[in-house]
Design a protein around this ligand. Structure first.
Ligand code: SF4
Ligand code: SF4
Length: 283
């Protein structure tokens, strides 16, 4: 069962939901939590520090042999991303533009291009308990190919009984990459007009991808009529409403999880997991 946790905007409590859900389910199930917010991964902050294992994410980029290169310009003409420019006396390469398609090496008539790995990020694996592990993708500063690191993080997580992906906020390519292959998506929103607007955007992405979804309204001030109306119209289940509560804010502010502090919240998050599964099975 692969569940993505997403939100149309930042600051809704998406990571809080992902961490609590994973922690709660791991009381009785094997769970892998995957931090796909690779530009600002922070899920590890909810858990005690351990001995992580770190591996490098690389992508293949071209390497031009100046002795063989005839400066014909074929490679630069082929590259749709402007990563290669043929100057008077050499080929210039701009690695941050390269999408690692491999096309320039195939195109080069002189066989002057080979491919070489370039580091763009890391994958960190942590064992948080015998039944809970955390995989964190981190994009190196200045790099842009977040989707590449997300794909590697998801592959590292494998296909366990429960895999929970924490997406980056918004609806751009990294979110689509995170949602790809998920069985279900939890959309986290809050009780404001901005929250509702961004919920609609995020729902559009999940529905276009054919992924069933449910909604958690976080930091509710009790005035959630707009979100409930939206969910009714779209036929989406409201999985939970988390109240705007000083005690909850203090627990989260201290880096703790409400499900770890309060068994009733652990039960509620387990029930959310079961509801997701039954919605998938009933779809
Ligand atoms: S591998 Fe593809 S994207 Fe990268 S420089 Fe070559 S043609 Fe351009
Ligand atoms: S296609 Fe090959 S030979 Fe032509 S400019 Fe590029 S690297 Fe040089």
């Amino acid at each position: 069962m692969k569940i993505a946790v997403a939100s149309g905007k930042g600051g809704t409590g998406k990571s809080m939901v992902a961490a609590n859900l994973a922690w709660s389910l791991s009381g009785s199930e094997q769970v892998t939590l995957v931090d796909c917010d690779v530009e600002e991964p922070n899920l590890h902050l909810f858990f005690p520090e351990d001995q992580p294992s770190v591996s490098t994410v690389t992508m293949q980029v071209p390497c031009v042999d100046a002795d063989r290169c005839t400066l014909c310009g074929e490679c630069a003409g082929f590259c749709a991303f402007g990563a290669l420019v043929v100057a008077k006396d050499r080929v210039l390469f701009f690695p941050e533009h390269c999408h690692s398609c491999g096309g320039c090496a195939i195109t080069c008539p002189a066989g002057a291009i080979t491919e070489t790995p370039r580091p763009i990020g890391t994958i960190t694996e942590r064992t948080l308990s015998p039944s809970l592990s955390l995989v964190t993708g981190t994009l190196n500063e200045g790099e842009v190919l977040a989707t590449h690191v997300i794909r590697e993080a998801k592959e590292t997580a494998g296909t366990g009984r429960w895999v929970i992906f924490d997406a980056s906020p918004g609806t751009s390519c990294p979110v689509v990459e995170t949602l790809q292959g998920s069985d279900f998506c939890i959309l986290v929103t809050e009780s404001t007009p901005f929250g509702l607007h961004d919920l609609a955007l995020a729902y559009d992405v999940t529905s276009q991808m054919g992924i069933p979804s449910g909604v958690i309204i976080n930091r509710s001030d009790g005035k959630d009529e707009g979100a409930h109306r939206f969910c009714d119209e779209k036929g989406i289940r409201v999985l939970a409403v988390v109240p705007f509560d000083r005690k909850i804010a203090e627990i989260q502010g201290s880096g703790d999880l409400i499900s770890r502090r309060d068994p009733s919240w652990k039960d509620r998050f387990c029930a959310i997991g079961r509801a997701c599964r039954s919605l998938v099975e009933g779809a």
